[in-house]
Design a protein around this ligand. Structure first.
Ligand code: NI
Length: 403
């Protein structure tokens, strides 16, 4: 098949791009060199309308020979503040910064896809838009900035890929409905009245009250709400006091909320508030609650997901298509899936035999580069599938000029 041949030809280049990006990782909102690298590479492909929607993002449009739908393919480009502990010959040269989530691979795969589809331009009916997004790892996230900058204008559907080291290479995972969790945080300040530790009856003790707030927050999951709702409320910080013999004035409690159901998600701030208000009132304290909504849940659209699944089965056989449960991690692809029918695909990139077993965000994280080829083919085939172009028939008839 022609697509496979083209992917094969581009494979080494995709690996080379990935290794370059891995060597020079940049943190969220600081992807200046990465974005320039992507921009320069795209310019060599020809026939693309390239723009910079924000300071560190890049978009390229491939407008086909005939009118049709517009689909967008998305890759994120940022790295993490982690000190790399790998020992291969392309480890990070930026101290304390590492591509520990595979975004180097995502960017390289989307570049490869852009190169291949540009060569197939005469077959494209409609438009393919390549979105190279900055800052997935840091709130408020780059995706929503790009949406605000108008990258989805005229777009019908969006596809995103994430490499996953916990799924073996050769397999592809898809979630039905929610793919990642809504990830929100909260800060509660309990305001009591401090005093001497020997006279607690003269104080309003924010530590004792805070302890009760924490236990009562545990009732939200499975007491206030159905235990079958996929929801996590975790208190992750409790700060107060600084001396053995002083009851402090205040205590600060912070935590994280993960949820898969958008309606339930909206109800949580009120439930947290009820708990804090009830407990503090009972003990004559007052409170401040700040609840921050983070990334919403990535939701796969059934129709788009079914088309993608059909295509994966054609590509790799049904044995290699896994239905995955939603991840409780957050992902700002949701800024796109909130706006347009979308599908977020998990491409297996782990390999037990090669020792590629570390989870994402680990200092020894890496992925099997064989997954890159699969990702590129998946992006290319999804484009044809979603644009409604029968790739195999037309591709075999056409003649292609390799650049
Ligand atoms: Ni990631």
């Amino acid at each position: 098949m022609l697509i496979q041949r083209l992917v094969g030809i581009t494979k080494d280049e995709v690996i080379e791009w990935r290794r370059y990006l891995h060597t020079y990782p940049e943190l969220s909102f600081q992807e200046d060199k990465t974005a320039q690298f992507v921009y320069d590479a795209l310019r060599t492909f020809g026939d693309l309308e390239i723009s910079r929607p924000t300071k560190t993002s890049v978009m390229a449009r491939l407008v086909g020979s005939k009118p049709g739908k517009v689909i967008a393919l998305r890759a994120d480009m940022d790295a993490l503040p982690i000190k790399e502990e790998n020992d291969f010959n392309f480890v990070s040269k930026n101290p304390g910064v590492m591509h520990a989530c595979g975004h180097d691979g995502h960017t390289a795969m989307l570049l490869g896809t852009a190169k291949i589809l540009t060569q197939l331009k005469n077959l494209i009916e409609g438009e393919v838009r390549f979105i190279f997004q900055h800052a997935e790892e840091l709130l408020p996230g780059g995706a929503q900035e790009m949406v605000k900058a108008g990258v989805l204008e005229g777009v019908d559907e969006v596809i995103g890929i994430h490499l996953v080291s916990t799924v073996e290479v050769g397999k592809i995972g898809i979630c039905h409905g929610a793919a990642t969790a809504g990830s929100d945080t909260f800060d509660i300040k309990i305001k009591g009245r401090g005093g001497h530790s020997s006279e607690p009856h003269l104080t309003v003790d924010p530590i004792a009250i805070g302890a009760q707030v924490i236990s009562n927050l545990q009732h939200i999951v499975s007491r206030n709400l159905n235990p079958l709702e996929k929801l996590v409320v975790s208190v992750t910080k409790f700060h107060s006091g600084s001396a053995y013999n002083v009851i402090p004035d205040t205590a600060v409690i912070s935590g994280s909320v993960r949820s898969l159901n958008p309606e339930i998600r909206q109800r949580i701030p009120n439930l947290v508030k009820k708990v804090v208000k009830g407990v503090t009132e009972a003990h004559n304290a007052s409170f401040e609650l700040n609840y921050h909504f983070g990334y919403s849940s990535v939701i796969n659209n059934d129709r788009v997901r079914e088309l993608v699944e059909e295509m994966i089965i054609e590509m790799l056989g049904s044995d290699n298509l896994l239905r995955l449960p939603a991840l409780m991690s957050g992902e700002d692809f949701s800024a796109f899936s909130d706006e347009r029918p979308s599908c977020f695909i998990f491409v297996g990139a782990g390999n037990q035999k090669k020792g590629i077993i570390h989870p994402h965000h680990h200092p020894r994280f890496t992925f099997d580069e064989d997954a890159l080829e699969i990702g590129v083919e998946l992006f290319v085939q999804s484009s044809f599938k979603l644009l409604g172009i029968e790739s195999s028939k037309k591709l075999n008839k056409s003649s292609i000029n390799f650049h």
